[in-house]
Design a protein around this ligand. Structure first.
Ligand code: GLU
Length: 442
């Protein structure tokens, strides 16, 4: 057995910093996050004194979300909002609707938001929310009632200067509109800055919908320059063809790369000549997934979910859920560059395998930070009631992403650590510096 599998076994032992309210030995995504913090701790010098702050969320709220179904029955869902850290500013992070959402997952996602916001230096702490529900099983009216009741229940934590939700898995601009309206109704005044990712007609920002995928593309270009990888003809494999994966795939294709493989919850496709990412995105918009896509010009093969990981590709973009690249498939990956569009797609043990193979992983906290960066622009525009052009937004987004990437790349070189540990060093230094200078209350 390799050292890597030994490290994955850490999750089977109970992590010494596990909070009492997460039961069992497998702490899920929170266990992975704690392990990432263990890896950065030795690099923080005197600030390490405050590391404990990062190992527990500041606040975690669990709410009951009862709604009346269209047929008259009442059903209950479990909802969460976790604020991991607010040392650098209000809590910020998305809300996901998914049947597998757990407290551990929302805690980890909120912590990754703290790290991400600090890594790209937007003035926020980290937060995340979720409801354990399969939203596809609800009617639109039920979805609206659930969103509104959840928003009301977590309303005690929210506010444009306290905690600002945004879209995440299975949530979109319409859901943000309902959240903004519910919060505003409870306040008795329209508060557009309480959520980001809103429709443009409500104070949303141009470029926000595409921002996460665009950010993946921008850091991809930077990483390719360092690795001397040509864009023209670069083979790209994308897991997840939702808001993040589709936009990233389209931008890579239009820049001259070939999207050779795509996987989502409905199918895995391979096309040596390169899929038409625009046509595939249009197919997904109509059909809810990539299954059944036929290309007029090229041969598209259905492949097994397992063989997706070993397709010949130069760049792999996991843009679905966490825990996808593990000890079970990391050694099969052929790509030289992994761009994490999803949050938490790679386990620490898989990180080690990829590092040993010489694969460069641009971690989630940098690679997918484009979304929250444009959320920050939206929030600033809502406060000032002055709106920017899409070009201004894309240009500022690219600048922030390039600068953040360059800083993290430099730390990785200087300290001979992975880009993930380097991003954590940059971010934890910013968070803990703020924490130290604020001092301990009372
Ligand atoms: N849900 C996105 C993320 O994971 C965006 C969060 C935001 O814009 O606040 O980064």
């Amino acid at each position: 057995m390799s050292a890597q599998s030994g490290s994955e076994n850490l999750l089977i032992k109970r992590h010494p910093d596990a909070p009492s309210y997460l039961s069992g030995n497998d702490l899920g995504p929170w266990g992975i996050y704690l392990e990432q913090i263990d890896r950065v701790a030795p690099h923080l010098g005197k600030l390490g004194f405050w590391i404990e702050t990062l190992k527990r969320p500041k606040r975690a709220l669990i709410v009951d979300v009862p709604i009346q179904l269209d047929d008259g029955r009442v059903t209950h869902f479990e909802g969460y909002r976790v604020q991991h850290n607010t040392s650098r500013g209000p809590g910020k992070g998305g809300v996901r609707f998914h049947q597998d959402v757990t407290l551990s997952e929302v805690m980890a996602l909120s912590a990754w938001m703290s790290i991400k916001n600090a890594a790209v230096n937007v003035p926020y702490g980290g937060a995340k929310g979720g409801i354990r529900v399969d939203p596809k099983k609800l009617s639109r009216a039920e979805l609206q009632r659930m969103t509104r009741r959840y928003t009301s229940e977590i309303g005690i934590l929210l506010g444009p200067d306290k905690d600002i939700p945004a879209p995440d898995v299975n949530t979109d601009a319409q859901i943000m509109a309902w959240m903004m309206d519910t919060y505003s109704m409870n306040q008795g005044a329209t508060v557009s800055g309480v959520v980001t990712g809103k429709p443009i007609s409500l104070g949303g920002s141009l470029g926000r919908r595409e921002a996460t995928g665009r950010g993946v593309f921008v850091v991809g270009i930077e990483a390719m320059k360092h690795l001397n990888m040509p864009m023209h003809g670069a083979r790209v494999a994308v897991q997840g063809f939702g808001n993040v994966g589709s936009v990233a795939g389209q931008l890579f294709m239009h820049a001259g790369a070939k999207v050779v493989a795509v996987q989502d919850h409905t199918a895995s496709l391979y096309c040596e000549a390169g899929l038409d990412a625009d046509a595939l995105a249009a197919h997904v918009a109509v059909n809810g997934g990539i299954r059944g896509y036929i290309d007029a010009k090229a041969e598209v093969q259905n492949i097994s979910n397992e063989s997706f990981w070993s397709v010949p590709a130069d760049i792999l973009i996991p843009a679905a859920l966490e825990n996808q690249i593990t000890v079970h498939n990391a050694d099969k990956i052929k790509a030289r560059l992994v761009l994490e569009g999803a949050n938490g797609p790679t386990t620490p043990a898989a990180d080690d395998i990829l590092k040993d193979k010489g694969t460069t992983v641009v971690p989630d906290v940098i690679a997918n930070a484009g979304g929250v960066t444009v959320s920050y622009f939206e929030w600033v525009q809502d406060f000032s009631m002055f709106f920017w052009t899409e070009d201004e937004i894309n240009e500022r987004l690219a600048r922030i992403m390039r600068e953040a990437f360059a800083a993290v790349w430099q730390v990785a070189q200087d300290k001979n650590v992975s880009l993930r540990t380097a991003a954590f060093i940059v971010a934890c230094t910013r968070i803990l510096t703020a924490r130290e200078v604020r001092g301990l209350y009372p």
